[in-house]
Design a protein. Structure first.
Ligand SMILES: Nc1ncnc2c1ncn2[C@@H]1O[C@H](COP(=O)(O)OP(=O)(O)OP(=O)(O)O)[C@@H](O)[C@H]1O
Ligand SMILES: [Mg+2]
Length: 468
């Protein structure tokens, strides 16, 4: 693509001359004799380089320079003048000009100056783009959700973040536990410090201790050099211990001591080191049961569980599932260079009624696949994975001995209630009666299933009907 140079000179013949010179150098040159119009054009459509005359009646080149840079600080401006005085050059540079040339202009010199300016502009935009890319994970870290279940989570994050309290995050696989941990860190006074994460299940038991607490040089065969542990590394920030429920009992005892003393002793060292890290942990296990079964130390449990955040499974977030689906669609469509993509109503209905056992991660993968498959600007049922397409929300009982089909009793109750309302043509009062529920109790359950805020716009609601 040709680079665009805008020429501003109140003398039309100069404009024509510069245009011709620059077009010969391979640029797309446009020109105007009015600085005001130049400003308007730049506001409408940015250009790569501006070449302007200095002495113009409507507005002089210095003022134009300042005004362009006020709104488009990245555009390089080359100022051209008839009177080659040092003063004019200095004022032009002070006004933020990129270069200064005196008439009569030599085609070659103009070409060189514009080339340098254009390159400067390209590099600047590239740096800016890279900087945005680097900071993108932060914006990808937004916790999408407006259901009452997720509002409670957001509220807890906001309330606990400013304190130093240890936070235990509990939730099924793929619900976004790590995202919540990052959100706690990002909203805390330690946000400028490091966020250090380790998955306790992924690190072999014998290495976990040196990972966390560090080791001295020569502490064991592989310890060729000294290593700072993650507790010290996370000082000033947050240490996130993921899958804490998988930590071996022996390690749990060591962790407890470290948390009590707020000091670690690297393996093979006789020096203890202070650390100042806030602890956030996560697990998909029910640690209370593990405590009862003596698989998890009770004293450690109380230590890490000062505040507990329960991240709800996706199927309990009502219309959030569609919000998340379009959020992921937008992200993947942008990444793959496709235009705006939307969900067909049938696809939205399938997504809403599927049980999403793999939670947000499963939805994210399904949307990535759908974007890759989509032929038009709409995601249709055909673009969804088989299991989502063929899932029947009204199937309660196991059709085969497939453990994957097992759902919780609460989920069965939810599906049964919907089914009953559906076969009664949406008559909720009658449904409550047949189900042996108080009418208000039924409404409360429906609200809980659908998430208070979205429940009017949810397609499921349409399927169920709103008659009373
Ligand atoms: N509310 C949300 N908004 C946006 N993205 C989300 C949300 N929840 C989860 N995600 C995305 O879903 C994926 C899974 O989230 P995450 O890794 O935090 O889950 P997890 O609970 O730690 O899973 P696991 O138990 O498997 O470790 C990530 O890509 C995350 O960015
Ligand atoms: Mg995780």
């Amino acid at each position: 693509m040709k680079e665009h140079v805008l020429i501003v000179d109140d003398d039309q013949s100069q404009c024509d001359l510069f245009s011709m010179m620059l077009e010969r150098h391979g640029y797309l040159a446009t020109s105007t004799t009015s600085p005001k119009e130049a400003l308007e054009r730049i506001a409408r459509e940015p250009c790569d380089v501006v070449v302007t005359d200095l002495g113009m009646t409507e507005m002089d080149g210095l003022e134009l320079c300042e005004r362009i840079l006020g709104t488009s600080p990245d555009v390089p401006i080359i100022v051209v003048t008839g009177q080659g005085s040092m003063d004019a050059a200095i004022s032009a540079m002070r006004a933020g000009a990129y270069d200064f040339l005196t008439k009569p202009i030599d085609a070659k010199i103009l070409g060189l100056s514009v080339a340098r300016a254009a390159q400067h502009h390209r590099l600047n935009s590239e740096v800016k783009r890279l900087r945005e890319e680097v900071s993108a994970p932060a914006s990808e870290g937004v916790v999408v959700g407006e259901s009452s279940a997720m509002k409670r989570v957001a509220d807890l994050i906001a309330r606990v973040a400013p304190s130093e309290a240890s936070v235990l995050i509990h939730g099924e696989t793929g619900t976004g536990k790590e995202l919540v941990a990052r959100a706690v860190h990002a909203a805390s006074p330690r946000q400028a410090g490091p966020f250090v994460a380790i998955n306790c299940a992924a690190v072999p038991a014998n290495l976990l201790e040196s990972e966390l607490f560090g080791h001295a040089r020569g502490a064991f065969t592989d310890a060729k050099s000294q290593r700072q542990g993650l507790f010290v590394e996370a000082s000033g920030g947050t240490l996130f211990l993921d899958e804490i429920g998988e930590m071996p009992l022996e390690m749990q005892a060591k962790l407890l001591r470290v948390l009590q003393e707020r000091r670690v002793r690297p393996i093979g060292s006789n020096q203890e080191v202070d650390f100042d890290a806030r602890l956030v942990t996560a697990t998909h296990r029910d640690l209370e049961v593990d405590v009862e079964k003596r698989r998890f130390r009770e004293d450690l449990f109380y230590r890490i569980n000062v505040v507990k955040i329960d991240v709800p499974p996706l199927r309990e977030r009502g219309g959030d599932v569609l919000k998340l689906a379009s959020y992921f669609l937008g992200r993947f469509a942008e990444r793959s260079g496709k235009g705006k993509l939307s969900l067909s109503p049938q696809a939205a209905e399938r997504i809403l009624s599927y049980n999403w056992a793999g939670n947000v991660r499963e939805l994210e993968n399904a949307m990535e696949r759908a974007v890759a498959l989509a032929r038009l600007d709409q995601i249709t049922v055909e673009d969804l994975p088989d299991r989502v397409r063929s899932y029947r929300a009204d199937r309660f009982l196991l059709s085969a001995d497939d453990p994957k089909e097992v759902v919780s009793l609460e989920e069965i109750e939810r599906r049964y209630i919907y089914r009953v309302i559906k076969i009664l043509g949406g008559n909720k009062a009658r449904a409550a009666e047949l189900l042996g529920l108080d009418r208000r109790t039924l409404y409360r359950r429906l609200e809980k299933y659908e998430g208070r805020t979205n429940h009017r716009s949810s397609p499921l609601e349409g399927a169920v009907g709103d008659t009373q």
